[in-house]
Design a protein around this ligand. Structure first.
Ligand SMILES: [Zn+2]
Length: 192
């Protein structure tokens, strides 16, 4: 069954290639929006995230910045925190929320705000309906891995179809994904 699926994929690729569509369609995709060269999207986190979760968020900020390679950082994390519960708010601030969004929505969500083709601010939510951990745990999502994914959205990336990439459109439970894959790096470097 696995081999059959692989053959199917190869056949699809050859058809698409013959149509002149780049292989890139199997990897990252960009939203068409980017953070302006004079702007850093600096997030303030909900106070109830653990210090370890916050540290993993900062790891993601630093890694996306490093790979974007821009003079002014694209992303940041404020030292302060908040207790807001209404996600999202178009108030010019960048907040990371903890809101229960129920079972039929995403593990994490990012709302971006724009002026023209530029991302001016963003809000991230972590769906507290689900089970969370700060490592690979059965039945739990790794909070940091979802942070890294949502930070990629804040930076302008969309979902990727490269399995194993941070920006892959599905985040499995019991998995830590806090290393940027080549596909993620290609994506952020295409934007910046
Ligand atoms: Zn996503």
């Amino acid at each position: 069954m696995r081999i059959k699926r692989l053959l199917g994929l190869l056949m699809l690729m050859s058809v698409l290639l013959s149509l002149g569509i780049p292989v890139m369609v199997y990897g990252y995709s960009a939203s068409g929006y980017s953070i302006a060269s004079n702007t850093t999207i600096e997030f303030t986190m909900n106070a109830n995230f653990s210090s370890l979760s916050k540290a993993h968020f900062l790891d993601g900020v630093l890694e996306w910045n490093a790979k974007a390679g821009r003079t002014k950082n694209i992303l940041g994390r404020s030292g302060s925190s908040h207790h807001l519960t209404q996600y999202p708010q178009d108030d010019g601030n960048n907040y990371v929320y903890r809101v229960d969004m129920g079972s039929n929505v995403y593990a994490g969500n990012t709302k971006r705000y724009y002026i023209g083709s530029y991302i001016t601010s963003a809000d991230i939510n972590i769906n507290m309906y689900l089970n969370w951990a700060n490592s690979a745990q059965i039945g739990c999502l790794d909070t940091g891995s979802v942070f890294w994914h949502e930070l990629g959205h804040a930076a302008g990336l969309s979902e990727s179809y490269a399995n194993g990439a941070v920006m892959f459109y599905q985040m499995p439970v019991n998995t830590v994904r806090r290393t940027l894959a080549q596909d993620d790096i290609n994506g952020i470097q295409w934007i910046y």
